[in-house]
Ligand binder design. Structure first.
Ligand SMILES: NC(=O)c1ccc[n+]([C@@H]2O[C@H](COP(=O)([O-])OP(=O)(O)OC[C@H]3O[C@@H](n4cnc5c(N)ncnc54)[C@H](O)[C@@H]3O)[C@@H](O)[C@H]2O)c1
Ligand SMILES: [Zn+2]
Ligand SMILES: [Zn+2]
Length: 390
């Protein structure tokens, strides 16, 4: 089959790779109908080379049609239409029982010291082939494929794979008080949905992003918007001088606005893998611009909820400010399976309350994925979300 493969820093290509097949009795194989490129894929494209091998198949936002199931699969049959959570979990261990599927103890990567296995997401998370491909093997398929109807278009369901539950969890973890104000830093796909979910739940939402068309999209959904210049003082000005009650960081470690850290990341990018790996895990190379804005801007006693991905050791974290301001912080990989019951009715609602049909700016065949990685990374051509149709 054809699949999008990682080849090196800022280099991906569509290649012939072996067809996935049933390896365990609990597996299913699906034919992909839609698969999206995520901001998290940009970290692989730019930074995570030391943890990838040439030829790794990327992609973790996928849906399609079941083609084949293993003998132990009971809830799926060929022909079923499914959307696939990016987190692979078992559904019945200690962590899964508590809703923490991204910490699943059955699929955890113990030797790497990381949580649950993810599709297409490096040797840190199990090196499982991803879904930017014609077909995908789904392990533990009864729990890791969400069956949906056949009537509505793919866009209604596709984002249940990642960005919708990620945004939902980010807003839940933000614990915005009744009548409160939520600031969302970053209006990429995750930030767009976090902001809309905040509005849907009745909060006042202020979104921050340097890219005009991303701010314009948020405005269409009733979000107040700000450029990132002087975001902290602008947020305070709009909240009686206190700052928002809660801030979601939907940016992560590739934030704009920190040239020194960008240079350090670039240095690690040219080191041999054996040297680069420990530096990425412990070296404090992150660009913390957005996170620092979150800590600074949130009101005293408020909550910071981090959806953006960070790596390395964050140094320096402003411990005195966090302690003095009594800030609550939550973060983590999304527990995708735990939010599907809350989100399914919203994406199926004819009124489309979260606007899932107003996000995708680019829809192309799989063959054009390499060019779309570049367009999405550079935010060229008004690109906000890319869907590939294998
Ligand atoms: N926690 C999870 O499970 C999970 C799941 C999916 C994505 N993510 C992460 O969420 C983050 C966002 O993903 P995305 O798909 O929306 O990516 P994206 O790269 O399209 O969005 C990031 C946005 O942040 C903006 N930005 C950059 N610097 C900023 C700053 N200093 N202040 C304000 N805005 C700034 C950019 O202009 C961009 O619009 C990524 O780090 C991604 O890895 C996490
Ligand atoms: Zn993703
Ligand atoms: Zn589990």
């Amino acid at each position: 089959m054809r699949a999008l493969t990682w080849q090196g820093k800022r280099s991906v290509s569509v290649e012939d790779v072996p067809d996935p097949r049933i390896e365990q009795a609990t597996d299913a194989v699906i034919r992909i109908t839609s698969t999206a490129i995520c901001g998290s894929d940009l970290h692989l494209y730019e930074l995570f080379g030391p943890f990838l091998a040439k030829g790794d198949v990327l992609g973790h936002e996928s849906m399609g049609i079941v083609e084949e199931v293993g003998s132990a699969v009971t809830r799926l049959a060929p022909g079923d239409r499914v959307v696939i959570p990016f987190v692979i979990a078992c559904g019945d261990c200690f962590m899964c029982a508590r809703g923490l599927t991204s910490q699943c103890e059955t699929t955890q990567n113990v030797e790497q010291g990381t949580g649950a296995t993810l599709y297409g997401y490096t040797s840190l998370y199990g090196s499982v082939p991803g879904g930017q491909a014609e077909r995908l093997r789904v392990p533990l398929a009864d729990f890791n494929a969400t069956k949906v109807g056949h009537e509505l278009p793919d866009d209604r369901y596709l984002f249940l794979s990642d960005i919708l539950p990620t945004a939902w969890q980010g807003v839940q973890y933000a614990a915005v008080p009744e009548g409160g104000t939520l600031a969302v830093l970053g209006l990429g796909p995750v930030g767009q949905f976090a902001a809309r979910i905040g509005r849907h739940l009745g909060h006042r939402v202020i979104g921050v992003d340097p890219v005009p068309e991303r701010r314009a999209m948020a405005e269409r959904h009733g979000i107040e918007v700000l450029d990132m210049e002087d975001a902290t003082s602008a947020l305070r000005d709009r909240t009686d001088g206190r700052g928002p009650d809660a801030v979601v960081d939907a940016v992560g470690m590739e934030a704009h606005g920190a040239p020194a850290a960008a240079a350090a990341q670039a240095v690690v990018g040219v080191l041999p893998d054996a040297l680069a790996r420990p530096m990425m895990q412990q070296g404090g190379l992150d660009r913390l611009t957005a996170l620092m804005t979150a800590f600074d801007a949130v009101r005293r006693g408020g909550t910071v909820s981090i959806s953006g991905v960070y790596a390395g050791t964050a140094d320096p974290v402003p411990m005195m400010t966090l302690f003095d301001k009594q800030v609550a912080i939550r973060m983590g990989q999304c527990n995708v399976q735990s939010w599907r019951d809350a989100l399914l009715p919203l994406v199926e609602d004819p009124a489309d309350p979260l606007g899932v049909e107003d996000l995708v700016t680019h829809r192309v065949p799989l063959d054009r994925a390499p060019e779309m990685y570049e367009t999405f990374q550079k935010k060229d051509d008004g690109c906000i979300k890319v869907v590939l149709e294998p």
